[in-house]
Design a protein around this ligand. Structure first.
Ligand code: 5RP
Length: 232
């Protein structure tokens, strides 16, 4: 393997590592020989990958991973977890993180801007596990965390006007970290971070029906198993 990939490290600090490692181990313990796994994004998913890679190494398990982002693809490569794609397989089951989870299991995802692929995999996977620490559990989503909306760049003005019509009181272009300009997603689109007057069960559909919207980070009414890591 190339040294470039071998030396890849998780960027940034992982908060509540002990708690996250516990749910990561729970996920790793569920993996069976022959599984095709949908692999979400974020640090908790990364910790689960470390634990899965250890099982692959010691138990010689044969599994395939369908990643939701380039970053996760590269970590799978580094850890020796074989990759496949949505052209060849649909996931038997999936694990992913989240940014906010409410008592109805409605989610906000997309801090990493990968919500299109994340939603594609959650929608096509038979069983889904969401792994979060307690800090992600909220009474009401979209109070402290924006709903990210991935937008085809030429449709920005149209989409932002339409979002306001369906109750967005704020829709801001997500800026790139540490440099000028907007975040550009892996699909070459931009992200509008939105706050809505009210998040109703039709909002995900209403956002998606706007021409120019690729996907939103709102996940409402999905069949999800939520595994919560206690805070340290
Ligand atoms: C990215 C996501 C992640 O799953 C979410 O941000 C969780 O990250 P972490 O496990 O690092 O807290 O939705 O689009």
């Amino acid at each position: 393997m190339s040294d470039l990939i071998k030396d890849l490290q998780w960027s940034g600090t992982i908060t509540n590592v002990t708690g996250k490692q516990k749910v990561a181990s729970q996920i790793a313990a569920m993996v069976k020989d022959g599984d095709v796994l949908g692999v979400g994004s974020g640090s908790t998913v990364y910790l689960a990958l470390l634990a899965i890679a250890e099982r692959i190494r010691t138990e010689k398990l044969n599994i395939l991973a369908i990643p939701t982002s380039l970053e996760i693809s590269m970590f799978c490569a580094k850890l020796g977890i074989p990759l496949t794609s949505t052209f060849e397989h649909t996931p038997g089951w999936l694990f992913d993180g989240a940014d906010e989870v409410d008592p109805n299991n409605w989610l906000i995802k997309g801090r990493g801007g990968a919500m299109f692929k994340e939603k594609l995999l959650i929608s096509s996977s038979a069983v889904n596990y969401i792994i979060v620490d307690e800090s992600k559990m909220v009474q009401k989503i979209n109070t402290n965390f924006p709903v990210p909306v991935e937008v085809f760049p030429q449709a920005l003005l149209h989409v932002s006007a339409e979002l306001r019509k369906i109750g967005a009181n704020d829709a801001s272009i997500r800026p790139a970290k540490g440099k000028d300009g907007p975040v550009i997603t892996e699909n070459n689109n931009m992200v509008l971070d939105c706050y809505f007057d009210n998040v109703s069960d039709s909002l995900e559909r209403d956002i998606k029906s706007i021409t120019g919207v690729i996907e939103s980070g709102l996940f409402i009414g999905y069949d999800l198993n939520i595994l919560v890591a206690a805070n340290e």
